[in-house]
Design a protein around this ligand. Structure first.
Ligand code: SF4
Length: 214
């Protein structure tokens, strides 16, 4: 077995997965992913719920003002920048796809990802998390936690970009285990291999790691 596989197996014993997205529409899911960056889950959930209550369709969002969107997503913080981003995405979806996100979701993975990342404000990580969530695409999106963990563990190096690091992880994690691996690694990054003050002494994978300065 490879190093990534070993580490994911050890961490999977320790952390429960949390599939939080089931109850959302596709667009609400995209919004929740945008809101989840550097934000506590509790606040993301509250903001996503308020957003869903206020806007019934992508066209409703596209016709709203930035202020109205800001107000809806307020519990998540950073609301001005995020509201602009959400409004831009909704407007583009209405202009290009008549507000029907399923026109993208129904495409094969590569084509769907290409169309998603052509929307201003949607990068490859957001697109991958979205497709994994709404469609069960068997990808292993690399977020800021996973990137940091892999750097510390010596798996990511300076030449890696998003796609090359994703490929390294996916080479060792079989398709049907990637969603779980993604969630487990994020949980590890939140609870233990934190950006500041990682809990290295109690880390179950420290034998693989040179420590936080690695
Ligand atoms: S030993 Fe510390 S820096 Fe290394 S993986 Fe564990 S928590 Fe992260």
């Amino acid at each position: 077995m490879g190093k990534v596989r070993d580490i994911v197996d050890i961490l999977s014993e320790k952390y429960q997965i949390n599939e939080w997205w089931d109850k959302y529409s596709a667009f609400q899911t995209l919004v929740s992913i945008i809101l989840s960056q550097k934000t506590y889950w509790k606040n993301v959930r509250a903001a996503t719920k308020r957003f869903g209550e206020q806007f019934g369709s992508i066209k409703d969002v596209a016709g709203a003002s930035t202020n109205e969107i800001e107000e809806a997503i307020k519990p998540a913080g950073l609301h001005h920048a995020r509201a602009s981003r959400i409004l831009n995405i909704a407007r583009e979806l209405v202009e290009r796809y008549d507000g029907k996100l399923e026109q993208i979701v129904d495409l094969p993975y590569e084509a769907a990802k290409k169309k998603l990342t052509s929307l201003k404000g949607v990068g490859p990580k957001t697109a991958d998390v979205f497709l994994m969530t709404v469609k069960g695409e068997q990808v292993l999106p690399v977020d800021v936690h996973i990137s940091r963990i892999m750097g510390r563990l010596g798996i990511a190096d300076e030449s890696d970009d998003y796609e090359s690091l994703r490929a390294k992880l996916e080479a060792e994690i079989p398709p049907n285990e990637r969603t779980k691996a993604h969630l487990v690694l994020i949980e590890f990054g939140r609870q233990m291999c934190r950006s500041q003050n990682p809990k290295c002494e109690e880390c179950p994978v420290k034998k693989y790691c040179g420590g936080e300065n690695r």
